[in-house]
Design a protein. Structure first.
Lengths: 236, 254
């Protein structure tokens, strides 16, 4: 069976030639929930951006349904990989929330009416209907996180790639995010330091350390091994 | 920091908000031009254009207190800039204030400048009160303003808040460490903070661009809401513009 996304021996260096990823090979199946763990600077955000086609590997290949990401396929890939950035302020750039949420469908060619209907439906499902005409700077931190999530959920992606989704969330907002993510059916790749967040959400874990994939296996087994967690720099 | 109150009447349904944003922009420019091109002394025409603008503000259901509040700041600047006219225009002395002499001709010119400024600002108040920022962008694009300019304005609206937030964070960090001292140190601090803010704004712009690309951005900001033209809206716009131009032209008749 062809995986939903696959990286084969991927290497990526930043423009200043600093290595970010080295020889990473992995595959994610449809509907699979995967935690992407690793200390700061391990290459987690870079890996997410490679999956969305924002970055291209120096060597190796990133494939979606067996098709390599190229200039010809990147638009389709971006419709199927919903990437939520670490800082929601980077993701919410339009004057009102409803426009931000409708941005993806409109870019994909949806009519205004269809995009608006889908955006309103997603906002309602996240409890943000009342904020639809507000600007992002008038939303609370928790609302902004959910709003950023709404901007990709609206496109019905096959893979949700979330970069530190629980950062600066209070306990209630965090619980709400967990409930929302727990109810999703698409594949999930959550890059985070928050082990508690992924404990109830994911079954599989990938651990990046210094740009190398050091662990690909069951999350429970990883979390049960204190020495390994310390070795990877995931706990102090 | 918030500009959200500016377009608080954009959702009030009226004959004004039923005119698409491009039409509102054109109407504003025509009314302002009609006022600006009035010859000196055309007080009756100026009064008529003021009544026309006030009628439009009433139709848009903008309270007089809001109109006055929004006129206050720009009129304050006009007042400062034109107060010198009272004493620098030579003519018949009216009042002497020490070395300064207020002349009748100066008072006339001052009143003309203030009157025109006030009447020309009324349609601008109408525009910003009834038109949300996304609608303004739509209007600019409909008027064939280059897409890059309209897109840059749209993003600037959002990034402005983020940049100010960034600056405020830097200021708080500086204050928390007892920033201050002499004027030279303060100047150095302001320059350093301005540089840091610009640098961070640039980095943020890069990240925002990546976030846009990730959702399929291909160079044009798509618009969600479009106010369609109707025969009624077009007739209203043509009527108001025609009336304003006719009034302005009447002031030039022999």
């Amino acid at each position: 069976m062809t995986p939903l996304v696959a990286l084969h021996d991927v290497t990526y260096r930043y423009p200043d030639r600093t290595p970010a990823l080295a020889g990473v090979t992995l595959a994610i199946e449809p509907g699979e929930r995967v935690a992407l763990l690793g200390p700061t600077g391990a290459g987690k955000s870079t890996l997410l951006q490679l999956l969305n086609g924002l970055l291209r590997p120096d060597t190796g290949a990133v494939r979606m349904d067996g098709t390599a990401i190229t200039d010809d396929t990147v638009a389709a890939v971006r419709r199927r990989v919903g990437l939520v950035f670490q800082n929601p302020d980077d993701q919410l750039f339009l004057p009102s929330l409803i426009e931000d949420v409708a941005f993806g469908p409109l870019n994909a060619g949806a009519t205004r009416d269809a995009a608006s209907a889908r955006a309103h439906a997603v906002l309602e499902s996240l409890g943000l209907s009342a904020a639809h005409d507000r600007a992002a700077h008038h939303l609370s931190g928790g609302e902004r996180r959910l709003a950023a999530l709404a901007t990709v959920l609206v496109s019905d992606p096959d893979l949700l790639a979330l970069d530190e989704p629980s950062g600066d969330l209070d306990a209630r907002s965090r619980r709400r995010l967990l409930d929302i993510l727990g109810g999703r059916r698409e594949a999930l790749l959550v890059a985070t330091h928050d082990l508690e967040l992924v404990r109830g959400l994911c079954r599989r874990a990938l651990v990046l350390v210094g740009g190398r994939l050091e662990w690909d296996g069951a999350l429970d087994a990883l979390l049960a091994d204190r020495a390994m967690l310390e070795g990877f720099g995931l706990v102090a | 920091m918030s500009f959200h109150h500016l377009d608080q009447f954009a959702h009030v349904g009226s004959a004004v908000t039923r005119v698409p944003p491009a039409g509102r922009l054109v109407g504003t420019v025509v009314l302002a031009l009609a006022v600006a091109t009035l010859p000196p002394g055309a007080w009756s025409q100026l009064g008529f254009l003021a009544l026309l603008s006030l009628a439009l503000l009433a139709i848009a259901r903008i309270p007089p207190a809001v109109v006055l509040a929004r006129l206050a700041w720009p009129l304050g600047f006009v007042l400062l800039a034109s107060a010198a006219l009272l004493v620098v225009i030579p003519g018949d002395p009216v009042v002497r204030l020490g070395p300064l002499t207020l002349t009748a001709q100066g008072a006339d010119r001052f009143a003309a400048v203030m009157g025109r400024a006030m009447v020309a600002l009324l349609p601008a108040v109408l525009l910003v009160s009834t038109t949300g920022f996304p609608e303004l962008l739509q209007g600019l694009r409909d008027l064939r303003v280059p897409i890059a300019v309209a897109t840059a304005l749209g993003l600037a609206y959002r990034l402005l808040y983020l940049t100010v937030d960034e600056l405020e964070r830097l200021q708080r960090a500086a204050r928390s460490r007892n920033a201050g001292g002499g004027a030279a140190r303060r100047r150095h601090l302001v320059a350093a903070m301005a540089g840091a803010t610009l640098g961070r704004a640039f980095v943020r712009a890069e990240r925002t661009h990546a976030a846009m690309l990730a959702r399929g951005f291909r160079g044009t900001l798509p618009l969600l809401h479009v106010t369609p033209w109707t025969a009624g809206a077009a007739l209203n716009l043509v009527g108001v513009c025609g009336l304003a131009l006719a009034v302005a032209a009447s002031a030039r008749l022999p």
